[in-house]
Design a protein around this ligand. Structure first.
Ligand SMILES: Cc1cc2nc3c(=O)[nH]c(=O)nc-3n(C[C@H](O)[C@H](O)[C@H](O)COP(=O)(O)O)c2cc1C
Length: 186
């Protein structure tokens, strides 16, 4: 299952999205990620149904004038047809011995668990980043120090396919005191 996960562009995601029981499984899976200090420094904001239509209108308003009409229309259509979106936001605890980076990485791990759990249930998705401005901070009720770690679009792939993957060997070395770092050899 892990080996076949891949991202699907929003335009390739169609209904159905996970139902409420499946969504609960997906989000509970995200609660199992390694989390330094057991802080759970994240929040999940699920956007589906009417929320998706509302979001597409917000996007239309926000980018009107700053994008060509053609690009904006395509973007708005893409958002409006996305079956489900989950905004994974950080919820940092600044006065804590656990570094902020560790807290952000735990949130990033939650993003990946959501994508993997959705994949395990036969769905697919993609992770997009989103720079939060004041408007988005207000909309999502984010504290100043928080950010959107991932916008996860989830649905059913129109067609499934396998992605070609590089071998881990290019990215892996071994280490011991005598030999130092050495290229991986099985
Ligand atoms: C933190 C993070 C942010 C990302 N943001 C974007 C993004 O804004 N736009 C995009 O096209 N891909 C983004 N991606 C990459 C895709 O989600 C995807 O992983 C990539 O296209 C490779 O496809 P694969 O997952 O099938 O290997 C992001 C990935 C991560 C981990």
């Amino acid at each position: 299952m892990l080996m076949s996960r891949r991202s699907y562009a929003r335009g390739n995601l169609i209904d159905p999205a996970p139902n409420q029981a499946q969504l609960a499984t997906v989000l509970q899976a995200a609660m199992t990620v390694p989390d330094h200090g057991n802080i759970k420094p994240w929040r999940f904001i699920v956007v589906q149904g009417q929320g998706i239509q509302d979001l597409s209108l917000l996007v239309q308003d926000k980018y009107a004038g700053s994008m060509s009409e053609q690009h904006l229309n395509a973007f708005v259509r893409e958002i409006a047809s996305t079956p489900m979106m989950i905004f994974v936001c950080s919820n940092l605890v600044l006065e804590h011995h656990v570094p902020v980076l560790d807290q952000q990485m735990a949130g990033a791990a939650a993003c990946e668990h959501i994508l993997l759990a959705a994949h395990a249930l036969g769905f697919a998705g993609i992770w997009h980043s989103l720079e939060a401005d004041d408007g988005l901070h207000r909309l999502l009720n984010l504290k100043t120090e928080d950010s959107v770690l991932g916008v996860l679009s989830i649905g059913t792939p129109k067609r499934t396919s396998r992605a070609k993957r590089k071998s881990f060997t290019e990215f892996t070395q071994t280490w011991d005191r005598k030999h130092g770092l050495q290229e991986w050899s099985p």
